[in-house]
Every structure is written in C-alpha cells, then in structure tokens.
Design a protein around this ligand. Sequence first.
Ligand code: C2E
Ligand code: MG
Ligand code: MG
Ligand code: MG
Length: 249
Amino acid sequence: MTTPILPTSDRSVVQAVANEELRLRYQPIVRIADRAVVAVEALVRWEHPEHGLINPDRFLPAAHRDGHMPLLDRWVLYRACRDLASLGDAAPEHVNVNLSAPTLKTDFTELVGTALRRAGLSARRLRLEISEGADLDTLTQAGPRLRSLIERGVGVALDDMGAGATDLRYLSKVALHGIKIDKQFVAGMLDNPRDHAIVTLLTELAHRLGLHVTAEGVETAKQLAALAGVGVTYAQGFHLAGPLALAEL
Ligand code: C2E
Ligand code: MG
Ligand code: MG
Ligand code: MG
C-alpha cells in the first residue's frame, strides 16, 4: 500500500523550515563483524501540526516539484553536523547526509564548508549520500564539486546502488568512499538467485575499487548472514536498528 502524498493545498517545506517543524532521525550503520556503529544516516521527518510525524515519501515529491529540495537539504546538513558535534565523545564516527539531485546542481561545496565550520566538525566525519537514481547529467555536473569536497576529507557514497542506471564511468571517475546496495536486492537475495548474484557482484566490484559496501534494508538475521557470506561489511536496517531520535543514540 502506498501512502498518499500530502494534498497540494497543504503547507510547504518552506513553512516547515520557518516553523521549525522538520525533525531528524538517525539510523545506525553497523559493521557486521562486530556490530559496532560506525555511522548514522540522517533521515528527515516532518512534525506536521495536523498529520503528525510524517515520512519523507509523503512530502519530498512536493518539495521536488516546487523547487524546495535545496532548502530542505541545507536545513538537514546544518542540523546533522550540529547534532553530531553536540554528542561529543558519545558520537558515532560519521554522519551520512542525503543530497538530492536539485542540490547537486547548486554550488553545494560552499554550503558543506559552512555547515562543517559552523558546527566545528572535521570534514572526515561527514559523508554525503548521492542517489544513483539521480540522472547521469546531474552526477556528471556535480563531479568537480564532489571531488573538491573529497579532497578536503568528506566521504561520498553512492546510494541505492543498482536501482538506477548504473554507470560504471562514474565509479571510475569519482573517488567515492562507498556504495550502498539498494534494499530491493537485499529483500530478494534469499529467494531470488538473480538478486543474490547482483549483491555478490556489486560487492566484489566495490571491493576491487577500494570502496566500502553497505547493505540497506536488512530486516532479518538470515539476510544479515547471507550478506556477510558474500563479503558485505556494513549493514543498515530494521533488524539492527530503526531511525532513532538524537537522544536515543
Ligand atoms: P534512503 O536514503 O535510501 O534511506 C533509507 C530508507 O530506508 C529510509 O527511509 C529508512 O527509514 C528506510 N529503512 C531503513 N531500514 C529499513 C529496513 O530494514 N527495511 C525497509 N523497508 N526500509 C528501511 P525514509 O527515512 O522514509 O527515507 C526515504 C528516502 O527519502 C531516503 O532513502 C532518501 O532518498 C530520502 N530522504 C530521507 N531523508 C532525506 C533528507 O534529509 N534529504 C534528502 N535529500 N532525502 C532524504
Ligand atoms: Mg540514503
Ligand atoms: Mg538508499
Ligand atoms: Mg532508497
């Protein structure tokens, strides 16, 4: 069942930001070998006055349509950097922040630099997740800016790997930190040999390129064992931990 997106007459993300109604949840990313939490992914929620806490699939489509994604991404980036810094010694090593395709078309190097500086966070603690679903033009255009951030120590991971039009040129040209295997393959790998083969191949390719591999959407112990069996080293999913409030970290 799909959740309906908010009615178009509804308030926009611009008002959500102005009224301080956006919230962040942080989902742990775990090293499979010892279950250590190595990073958390920032995931946005909207605490809507009428609809309660709502998930991004209900308001990101409208934000995309109305050109509000750069505003949302900026808010998330600033808040996530500040939140990680505020945890001090209790903090995980890294925070992953999703950057949408429209933001990748802007001058986001400046934005990232400002977010880090204001939070007093070192660049190596931040990892940007860029969705493989973004069109190749956008990814290509963002290449030089991503490279300059990578030179400063920021990590860049390709999100939802396998779900878009996988273009190996991208893997060969940008010094990515890692890939995140899309959850549809994790969901299918125990029953569908083709999904299993895709996970295995993506993992082998990534490791040959020196990239970290994270599997998304891990919901069962069996999936976790199968992932470890094909050499996946990091995992994220409800079986390990769901998205948590900052205080719960
Ligand atoms: P994503 O970046 O691939 O994030 C992972 C999504 O999978 C999250 O959904 C997370 O809650 C969900 N998930 C985690 N573990 C499991 C599991 O075991 N099973 C299943 N079925 N799902 C799991 P969420 O938070 O609803 O976010 C959906 C998408 O919305 C994200 O996919 C990302 O593309 C986008 N998004 C979320 N937060 C932000 C944000 O701050 N900025 C931008 N630009 N996009 C965001
Ligand atoms: Mg992500
Ligand atoms: Mg993903
Ligand atoms: Mg996804």
